[in-house]
Design a protein around this ligand. Structure first.
Ligand code: NAD
Length: 295
């Protein structure tokens, strides 16, 4: 069993650290917020006073933080205190450029590194069923795998430094766009007098079939477990979808890729968010689509 430092104990990091403890690892953790530290202490981890002291003598360091600037800040702080030849993994969703910079700083300190953003949300973090999308050298990925498997069910090596983040934002751009497409289809069906169930029964077994329809249907009824049946409580909040679509747009600009629907999806979620719906599940975008009728 490994000695693992875990930094960033929020909605995702807290339960992920708890799963490492459950798997028998020795975990030393840190977060800026006292309540998060207390929760993780009660889950069985040791709590350090700073990020730098958390990583001393550990085999693996994991970060789960809000954005690129936080990851670069924490990695710059902890890397000088890590033992050469050990491993650092970032599971946050951040921009590809910052992820590449983080890998470069780790290499300077002689530490192997992996970017490993996740899919599966807070339910996946609690249930240890996350999917990890990894970027980094083969050797670093091989060392990360036995650790990540304690927090997830699928681990994919996507390529070199930053490839995990690239896969994450491309996937979530598909998700953001497809949820709007499904919402628009239900909004049109409502105007045409077609029942939700009838559209679902046809589209879910026809060429309109997709995850946003069959697993996460944005109207109540056809898929009883989708957030639409629970007042659009997240799930995956709209402000996180705005974050990921913005990362995709930043990457598209930086690389010169054309993503016209990704750009429009970003604008629609931004408008939904600005109207006070940032904490609403992203499938609630159907409400915004309906509100555009006649405009
Ligand atoms: P969160 O805001 O709940 O947690 C982030 C934690 O990082 C906070 O507890 C904060 O105090 C801590 N933190 C910030 N700066 C720090 C520092 N310098 N040192 C120590 N701790 C620090 O966010 P979350 O929902 O847990 O998400 C974490 C990451 O995972 C984000 O990048 C997010 O985009 C990604 N993600 C979230 C979800 C989701 O459903 N919540 C799903 C997939 C990916």
């Amino acid at each position: 069993m490994a000695h693992i430092a875990f930094i960033g104990l929020g909605n995702m990091g807290g339960p992920m650290a708890a799963n490492l403890v459950k798997a028998g690892h020795r975990v030393t953790a840190f977060d800026l917020v006292a309540a998060s530290r207390d929760q993780t202490r009660s889950d069985g981890a040791a709590i350090a006073e700073t990020s730098a002291s958390a990583v001393k003598g550990t085999d693996v360091v994991i970060t789960m933080l809000p954005a690129g600037k936080h990851v670069l800040g924490v990695w710059n702080e902890v890397l000088p205190h890590m033992t050469r030849g050990t491993l650092i993994i970032d599971c946050s969703t951040i921009d590809v450029e910052s992820a590449k910079q983080a890998h470069a700083i780790a290499a300077k300190h002689g530490i192997a590194s992996v970017d490993a953003p996740v899919s599966g949300g807070t339910g996946g973090a609690k249930g240890a069923t996350l999917t990890f999308m990894c970027g980094g050298e083969e050797k670093a990925f091989a060392a990360a795998q036995p650790v990540l498997i304690n927090m997830g069910k699928k681990i994919v090596h996507c390529g070199g430094a930053g490839a995990g983040q690239a896969a994450k934002i491309c996937n979530n751009m598909i998700l953001g766009i497809s949820m709007i497409a499904v919402g628009e289809a239900f909004a049109l069906a409502e105007k045409l007098g077609l029942s939700h169930q009838a559209l679902f029964d046809v589209a879910s077994t026809s060429s309109g079939q997709c995850w946003s329809l069959t697993t996460y249907c944005p109207v109540p009824g056809p898929v009883p477990t989708s957030p639409a049946n629970n007042g659009y409580k997240p799930g995956f909040a709209s402000n996180l979808m705005v974050k990921d679509l913005t990362l995709a747009q930043d990457a598209a600009k930086a690389t010169g890729a054309a993503t016209p629907l990704g750009k429009h999806a970003q604008e629609l979620y931004q408008a939904f968010d600005a109207a006070g719906n940032g904490g609403v599940d992203f499938s609630g975008i159907i409400q915004h689509v309906r509100s555009l009728a006649g405009k």
